[in-house]
Design a protein around this ligand. Structure first.
Ligand SMILES: [Zn+2]
Length: 399
């Protein structure tokens, strides 16, 4: 069995679902179980300084081999899985996929996805049907681990210093929070956390969140004439004044949005919770300005102080950093092309740990893992894609 496949099949059986409600890092103990396992395997391979820190971050380095002129390159994957569906699966292997509907053990059927026919003849790994597979991002973990094994073998090509890290709690947005950028020691890095083979991503959203607080005037409805200001209705007016076509369900590609992701209220007080997203920072600022303008308009209508806003910035588009280092993207493109894979460059409609790391001085675009249907029971990955991705990583560090 190929090493990357064997590793992947083992790692996905460890329960590492992260949990937003838990304060500590890692947010769940299973992540440290996998972390220990990875640190031990790195040590056994001979990776220098292989260790897991108190928060569950795993680090290790492989010294440069050859002329010493190559940059120090980091490779990063996350160990946790999304809590959208239960974690830890008993993976199933389909040796020679026929391109048709796949019935999983639980009865769940994988069908109707446009990419399925293109995987005909491949060896697929799927979940049991009642959990995620965890290719997001244990495929990235297995590929980086296999890369380490390859680069420590006697016939490895010359390469620069290789810095690897496995992080906890990426799925709950905290994967970069306690990342030791300085100790990591890379000049730049790649997260291996994307989907279909060939994906190369270096643009993500600029993000902010906004709380809209409405103060109403509550009076017995029988005596309310010309007196009551119903906070719930004012909140609904607020929501109605934002452009309906700029919602997640009506946007794609580079289109940003206003997303109402929570609301509560009575006549006396109401609250709306929004997230605002746009790849273009100026357009995100316009969205904030629109929120403010709607707020002011409603205050003119219902009285000063009726509506107030709390706007907070969340993360920024890493493009503005990564673009300053075109060599990093070129290196990845050439590595894909050199292995017969057409690079697929597209904007991420979300954020990545790489975005936060880029702004902390470690430029960090994202590479494919080779997997599909992340965060669901129908997740799958072809073994051939993981093997190819390992080759791509070899090309990246040895170019
Ligand atoms: Zn991921």
């Amino acid at each position: 069995m190929s090493s990357v496949k064997e590793r992947f099949l083992r790692y996905v059986q460890v329960e590492t679902t992260s949990c937003e409600a838990n304060e500590g890092c890692p947010s769940t103990p299973g992540q440290k179980v996998l972390g220990e396992m990875l640190a031990r395997e790195l040590r056994e391979m001979g990776v220098s300084g292989a260790r897991m820190d108190e928060h569950g971050y795993v680090y290790g380095t492989i010294p440069a081999k050859g002329d010493g002129k190559r940059p120090a390159i980091g490779l990063i994957a996350h160990m946790d899985t999304s809590d959208a569906v239960p974690g830890a699966t008993v993976p199933q292997v389909i040796p020679d996929y026929d391109g048709k509907a796949i019935r999983l053990k639980s009865g769940t059927v994988i069908d109707g996805f446009p990419f399925l026919p293109s995987l005909k003849g491949k060896e697929l790994i799927v979940a049991s049907g009642d959990s995620v597979l965890g290719a997001d991002d244990k495929a990235g973990v297995a590929e980086i681990m296999t890369l380490c094994e390859r680069m420590l073998s006697p016939d490895a090509p010359d390469h620069g210093k290789i810095c690897v890290a496995f992080t906890p709690d990426e799925e709950i947005g905290r994967g970069a929070d306690l990342f030791d950028v300085e100790g990591f020691g890379a000049d730049f890095a790649y997260t291996v956390d994307g989907g279909a083979l060939g994906e190369l991503e270096y643009e993500c959203f600029n993000a902010a969140s906004c709380r809209v607080i409405v103060k109403g005037i509550s009076i017995h409805p029988g005596n309310a004439k010309n007196q009551m200001v119903n906070a719930c209705l004012v909140a609904m007016e607020f929501a109605g004044m934002l452009p309906p076509w700029e919602r997640p369900e009506h946007t794609e590609k580079y289109e940003g949005f206003y997303h109402l992701n929570g609301m509560s209220g009575t006549e006396e007080g109401a609250e709306l919770r929004y997230i605002l997203r746009d790849h273009d920072l100026a357009k995100l600022e316009e969205k904030k300005a629109t929120m403010t303008a709607v707020c002011e308009l409603l205050n003119r209508r219902y009285g000063e102080g009726t509506v107030s806003l709390e706007i907070r910035d969340s993360y920024r588009n890493m493009k503005e950093i990564v673009e300053q280092y075109p060599d990093i993207l070129e290196r990845a493109k050439q590595a894909f092309l050199g292995n017969g894979v057409q690079p697929i460059i597209k904007p991420i409609r979300g954020g990545t740990d790489g975005a936060q790391l880029s702004f902390r001085g470690l430029p960090c675009p994202n590479l494919s893992t080779g997997g599909y249907n992340f965060h669901g029971k129908k997740e799958l990955i072809p073994v051939e894609a993981m093997e190819k991705m390992t080759e791509v990583l070899v090309s990246i560090v040895s170019a």
